[in-house]
Design a protein around this ligand. Structure first.
Ligand code: HEC
Ligand code: HEC
Length: 226
């Protein structure tokens, strides 16, 4: 090692090794530093006891990037009664500690990392046509009466006011928050994402699946006129 040429070469390799991996390592390091993985799963498999937050290992399939960036800096309640994996959920004693908040630089890193986590092998863009007035009325009846989605999910009444149950995630801002391709896959087979979830299994035909997806995606906080 006394040979200066050797020393120089070792140095070059070290620099390559460190800079080469820095980008990929940054976000998982931030996950550890902020202890996100004490509450969330970043890979599939059995949940640990304390991991009572929603799964994030398919975040890139599920969320819209802009919504994620906003949530990480200004977290808001989506499941007003807590997550179903919270041991206090059924007893009405959900955990209520405030969600961690990230600064803008951390948010950029974390969003890029979360958007890279995917489980869907392919997710071609769904080009859903807007619902006609008649189709919209029919789907609303399916959502509220036939399938009772509203018993567990918040949506809007005809006056554009929130209504519905709180045991499932709120759908009030689904159009800004979720990707239609993921909603479609979720409704088709929730078991592909949540092995022990409380969302009932339905068998929709293709037309109903698409119409329900489009209906859910039309819910946004900025335009609640449903
Ligand atoms: C103390 C537990 C806890 C920690 C630590 C935590 N979270 Fe959460 N997180 C939750 C819970 C609970 C929710 C669900 C909130 C709701 O639905 O109202 C949530 C929701 C989320 C969501 C929205 C998920 C969805 O499906 O709606 C994202 C994204 C998220 N957290 C990312 C993070 C990141 C990134 C970190 C680390 C910086 C983190 N969380 C740290 C408990 C935690
Ligand atoms: C018995 C209560 C219940 C009913 C009825 C129900 N859901 Fe759900 N749903 C849930 C729960 C709980 C989750 C969260 C899944 C989990 O994390 O296990 C969920 C998740 C979802 C999601 C994903 C939202 C997110 O942010 O993760 C969508 C979309 C959805 N449901 C739509 C529907 C539609 C459409 C219907 C009716 C056809 C319906 N649900 C009926 C309980 C219900």
């Amino acid at each position: 090692m006394n040979n200066p040429k050797h020393f120089f070469l070792t140095g070059v390799f070290l620099v390559i090794a460190v800079t080469g991996s820095a980008g990929a390592m940054a976000a998982p390091a931030l996950v550890k530093e902020k202890q996100c993985d004490t509450c969330h799963r970043f890979a599939s498999g059995p949940a640990e006891k304390e991991q009572y937050g929603p799964d994030l290992f398919f975040a890139g399939d599920k969320f819209q990037k802009k919504w994620l960036e906003n949530f990480l800096q200004h977290p808001e309640a989506i499941r007003p009664a807590g997550h179903t994996r919270d041991p206090g959920f059924l007893k009405g004693q959900r955990r209520t500690e405030p969600h961690p908040v990230l600064n803008s630089q951390e948010t950029r890193q974390m969003t890029d990392y979360l958007m890279s986590l995917k489980t869907l092998k392919e997710s071609p863009p769904l080009n859903l046509p807007a619902l006609s007035k008649g189709a919209r009325v029919r789907v609303k009846i399916l959502f509220e009466r036939d399938y009772s989605c509203i018993a567990c999910h918040q949506s809007y009444n005809l006056a554009g006011l929130p209504r519905g149950g709180v045991s499932g995630p709120s759908l009030l801002d689904a159009g800004n928050r979720l990707r239609p391709e993921w909603v479609y896959q979720w409704l088709k087979n929730p078991k592909a994402f949540a092995t022990q979830g409380r969302m009932p299994l339905y068998r929709f035909d293709e037309e109903t699946l698409k119409q329900l997806t489009q209906y859910i995606m039309s819910h946004t906080k900025d335009d609640p006129g449903q």
